[in-house]
Structures are given as structure tokens and as C-alpha cells.
Ligand binder design. Structure first.
Ligand code: PMP
Length: 333
């Protein structure tokens, strides 16, 4: 199996669906699928990197665990356990011959065509589970990692966690994200930062946010309606290892303007510096020293050039299982 081009993007030719691999072109749903009407989906975004030891998926277990947590919150019963879903992701990347890619596992309420249920009440609808993969470059632009992005504070409030739980990465949350992102892009910015319902800094439409002030790293707490980002967690672990103090606290809007450095974290955005907010220059208006230091370690870790903090198993090498199989086979010969 090889990768193919679908228009300009390299996409894995197969999609994993409910335990089997199907062709990309057959991964379709009916228009009366519950998730399309009522937002009943939970999903993940995961990256695989081309390391010196071959392709490795970054923090796969943690992402799949967050997916299962999201599903649990919405009472979606999944037939597959964490290991099976991790295995499916590994096989998808390996089978597609993807060197680097973005993985999108998604679980949603589907449609039973024999016994359709069209109302809001979701529990009569089947649960469908898919994983697709494609090659996705730098989310906020190729230049962004070095030169930073211009962002605005959104006029939209981040959905409060007692309306839509922030711990769950649900499709419905992304209607709020789309309002934030559209307003930002149409206003000439790359991204928008939302405040929470108390007026404190929450997060970007698809990223967590960090400030650097006097050498300290400051980030909103989980209580600020933020997704518990896996990149956020990685950056905190790296900062600890580097001896940088981390403070999780409520952040006022104006503190964004006054920060020495500011950056986003996310699977898609990785660590992206922010050079201005609402057209006010942040710090020196370019990537700051601590941001660069964190990026350097982060990229070394994701490319397997340096162990993760505490030697944590953050990389799943997709060819390891294959190598083990071959090793066993040759041992038997
Ligand atoms: N917040 C939101 C709203 C997101 O969509 C994402 C991307 N998943 C993040 C934060 C960052 O999370 P992670 O580092 O796990 O990708």
C-alpha cells in the first residue's frame, strides 16, 4: 500500500473504521447521521514524526486515553479499548507508508439505517469509530514557528465548562472555536484568543496559551474552560526539567499585551510564538529566548534526539512491532 495524492494533500489511502481498514473513498456517512445534526462526536488530533529511528507517533497513549475520556463524558460506549485503538493508529501510519502525518481518530453517533432515530436523544444511535491520517504541515504557517503570529482577543467567550465540558474534545466545542477563528482570520489575524466566562484568558481556537514573565512560565489553569492539552502538558514537563518555574493562574486580558513572551501550544500548532495581540507588540515582537529554549527541547524530544522528561515513553515507533515480528521469525529459522 502506498500513499496517494488527493488534490494537493498526501492522505493515507486507507481509513480504519470499526475494526477494519477501508478505502479512503468509502469512508462516508449518511446525511441523517446524528453527529451531523447535533454535534455528537468526540475526536483527537495526533502527530507522527519522521525520527532517526523511523516514524514515531507522539504521545499516542495519552491522546487515545483523552479520546476515551471524551467518549465517557458523552456516554458513548466504545467496543475498542485503548490498546486496540493505539494498535489501529500504528497500523494506519505504517500501512500508509506515512513518514510524517496528522492522525484524526473520531468517534460519533451514527445512523442505524434499519432502525433510524432522528431526535436529539442520542442513545438509540450506533457508535462509529474511525481513524484517518494525512500529511499536515505547520498549522499556523511555515514561518510561524520562527517569526511568530499576530493574533487578537476574540469577542466570543469560550464555552463555559458547565455548558460543554472542556475536558472532552467534542465536535460541538468547535462551533465556538470556528466563531473565534473566523472572526480572527477575517479581521486579518492568524488566530483568536478567547476569554472565559469570567473574563480571564482561556485559550486559542485550537491551542493552549503560555506567557513568559520575568523568566516564569504562566498559563491558565484547567478551570479556565481549557482543553487539557497534551502539548501543554509536554511543555510543562520540559520546563520543569529545565528548572523553569511554572505558574497556573488566572490571567487578565491586558497581561497578554505586557508579557515578555507569549506562545501557543497544540498538536497542530506545536509551539508557536505570538508576536502581537490586538496589534500591540508583545515583548520584542519576535520569538523570545525561553520560547526558543522550550521549542528546541520539544523538537529534540519529538524527533527522538533526546529522551522525554523522566524518560517517559512519549514516542511510539510504528515499525517496532514489525521489527519484533521479523526478529521472532528469523530467530525461528
Ligand atoms: N485547545 C483546543 C481548543 C484544541 O483544539 C487543542 C488541540 N487539540 C488544544 C487546546 C491543544 O491540545 P493538544 O496539545 O492536546 O493538541
Amino acid at each position: 500500500m502506498s500513499t496517494k495524492d488527493v488534490k494537493t494533500m498526501r492522505i493515507a489511502p486507507k481509513v480504519w473504521r470499526n475494526g477494519e481498514f477501508i478505502d479512503w473513498g468509502n469512508a462516508r456517512v449518511h446525511v441523517m447521521t446524528h453527529a451531523i445534526h447535533y454535534g455528537s462526536s468526540v475526536f483527537e488530533g495526533i502527530r507522527a514524526y519522521n525520527t532517526e529511528r523511523g516514524t514515531a507517533i507522539f504521545r499516542l497513549t495519552e491522546h487515545i486515553q483523552r479520546l476515551l475520556n471524551s467518549a465517557k463524558v458523552y456516554r458513548m460506549d466504545i467496543t475498542y479499548n485503548r490498546e486496540e485503538l493505539c494498535q489501529a493508529a500504528v497500523e494506519l501510519v505504517r500501512g500508509g507508508g506515512m513518514e510524517e502525518c496528522y492522525l484524526r481518530p473520531i468517534i460519533f453517533r451514527g445512523l442505524n439505517e434499519e432502525k433510524p432515530a432522528f431526535g436529539v436523544y442520542p442513545l438509540h444511535n450506533p457508535i462509529d469509530c474511525y481513524i484517518a491520517a494525512w500529511d499536515w504541515g505547520k498549522y499556523l504557517g511555515e514561518e510561524a514557528i520562527e517569526s511568530g503570529v499576530d493574533v487578537c482577543v476574540s469577542s466570543w467567550t469560550r464555552t463555559p465548562a458547565n455548558s460543554l465540558p472542556a475536558v472532552a474534545k467534542a465536535g460541538a466545542n468547535y462551533m465556538n472555536s470556528q466563531l473565534i477563528k473566523m472572526e480572527a482570520v477575517l479581521g486579518g489575524f492568524v488566530e483568536g484568543i478567547a476569554l472565559d466566562d469570567r473574563g480571564y484568558v482561556s485559550e486559542g481556537s485550537g491551542e493552549n496559551i503560555f506567557l513568559v514573565n520575568n523568566g516564569k512560565l504562566i498559563t491558565p489553569p484547567l478551570g479556565a474552560s481549557i482543553l487539557p492539552g497534551i502539548t501543554r502538558d509536554s511543555v510543562i514537563a520540559i520546563a520543569r526539567e529545565l528548572g523553569i518555574e511554572i505558574v497556573e493562574t488566572s490571567i487578565q486580558r491586558a497581561a497578554l499585551y505586557l508579557a515578555d513572551e507569549l506562545f501557543f501550544t497544540g498538536t497542530a500548532a506545536e509551539i508557536t510564538p505570538i508576536r502581537s495581540v490586538d496589534r500591540i507588540t508583545v515583548g520584542a515582537g519576535k520569538r523570545g529566548e525561553i520560547t526558543k529554549q522550550l521549542q528546541d527541547v520539544f523538537f529534540d524530544v519529538i524527533y527522538g534526539r533526546r529522551p522525554a522528561p523522566n524518560n517517559a515513553p512519549w514516542l511510539t515507533y510504528v515499525n517496532d512491532a514489525e521489527e519484533k515480528k521479523t526478529a521472532t521469525a528469523s530467530a525461528k529459522e
